[in-house]
Design a protein around this ligand. Structure first.
Ligand SMILES: Cc1ncc(COP(=O)(O)O)c(C=O)c1O
Length: 393
């Protein structure tokens, strides 16, 4: 976690007794900033805001209901938790998604400690912490990978330049399943399992599975897990080639759905909704439907009616979010496919988030995600386009 975290304290008039309080907890400093109720939107848009504390003694029931509606229907960043501070909690029903802090209004120290502990829990990095500990403690290497912390290259007459180009920390951090404390990606039981659990919480999934080789692998894992030879799969003909590869590997029978095309711009768009609904009606026994949302060009489906129609026939919905993993963390892009009930989502955490190349995850309801994530603001500016009238079928 960064050294500075910010909690927005929201009261009716902006006069909470937490004004300008700070708390230093371990490596982080938490700053509490007061806002008037009518300023909540501005406070939420500030990327430094990591939690919102509602002053239950001062806010009216209507104000709490407005915050609750914003939390469930947007605009809200998913990583920002809400707390409701009120002894007794008589107003708690009006903001049921808030974490209720049942402390007397004078007991600000307990409130501060509670929130700081939660922030620290959220900021845990189980895999990275174990990696750092191992690297700091072990200066030699007697296991795979064979470059042994880069030792085999450092003094090489042929390749020392590459050692220096990549840098020593990178060689030290390139470790494998040979190091027991770093867990196993194929059978996670400790730090990778914990990291996957935290990623699932952050991305709103029931389970998250980290994958290497990008969403290409994640798509194939899902298709091979769900489909048996002869099963019907409804798919966008213009989907990524890893999906076509998954169809071949699984032996499924593909039903191709043609995407719209903008001839003038030479761009593929979405599969028109009526084509999808018709395909579902014509193939009610299909096992799964897979669509790309957003597309490379930033086009998103109106997923709710599509998911509802598929689920009415017990058809699983897989959404390829290779380009859209960041969506949960900006109010403008929500609700995400998982929030709308998609069963499986794949995300290339190395594409529009800050993971190293070839990282990805599948998440379920199942989404798929990577251990290091953060949003690139430039990428956030890729606005989803929902108006398909622009596209000629
Ligand atoms: C829609 C879509 N899905 C999946 C992939 C594969 O992603 P990765 O590079 O993470 O394997 C791509 C790659 O461009 C893509 O555009």
């Amino acid at each position: 976690m960064s050294a500075l975290c910010s909690v927005m304290v929201l009261s009716k008039d902006g006069n909470s007794h937490l004004k300008n309080q700070m708390q230093v907890a371990a490596s982080m400093m938490v700053v509490f900033e007061n806002y008037r109720f009518d300023e909540w939107m501005t406070g939420l848009e500030d990327a430094r805001t990591q939690a919102v504390l509602l002053d239950g003694n001062k806010l009216t029931l209507k104000q709490l209901q407005m915050i609750q509606a914003a939390y469930t229907q947007g605009p809200w960043r998913a990583e920002v938790s809400i707390y409701l501070w009120q002894a007794g909690g008589s107003k708690a029903n009006h903001c049921p998604d808030a974490i209720h802090l049942d402390y007397d209004h004078k007991d600000s120290a307990a409130v501060l400690t509670h929130i700081c502990e939660d922030l620290q829990h959220k900021a845990q990095t189980p895999f990275y912490s174990a990696l750092k500990t191992y690297v700091n403690r072990h200066t030699d290497s007697w296991h795979t990978p064979g470059h042994s912390n880069g030792d085999s290259l450092r003094q090489s007459a042929w390749a020392s330049d590459f050692y220096h180009f990549v840098g020593q920390p990178m060689w030290q951090a390139d470790l494998s399943v040979s190091v027991h404390s770093l867990d196993s990606l194929l059978h996670p039981q400790s730090v990778i399992a914990e990291a996957q659990h935290l990623a699932a919480q952050a991305f709103g999934a029931r389970h998250t599975y980290f994958a290497t080789n990008g969403s290409s692998t994640a798509n194939k894992v899902i298709l091979q897990s769900l489909l048996t030879p002869g099963d019907t799969l409804l798919l966008d003909r213009n989907c990524h080639k890893s999906v076509h590869h998954g169809v071949i590997l699984s032996g499924a029978r593909p039903v191709y759905l043609d995407s719209s095309v903008n001839q003038a711009l030479g761009l593929f768009g979405l599969v028109p909704q009526k084509t999808i609904l018709q395909a579902i009606a014509e193939h009610p026994h299909a096992k799964a439907l897979i669509l790309t949302s957003s597309t490379y060009d930033g086009m998103c489906y109106d997923l709710q009616p599509i998911i509802a129609a598929a689920h009415a026939h017990h058809i699983k919905v897989i959404i390829d979010e290779a380009w859209y993993g960041f969506a949960r963390f900006h109010p403008q892009f929500r609700p995400t496919a998982l929030e709308l009930g998609a069963d499986y989502v794949t995300q290339s955490t190395h594409k529009t988030m800050s993971a190293f190349s070839q990282a990805a995850w599948c998440t379920s309801m199942i989404p798929i995600t990577t251990p290091i994530f953060c949003v690139k603001p430039s990428i956030c500016m890729r606005l989803p386009v929902r108006n398909t009238a622009f596209w000629r079928a």
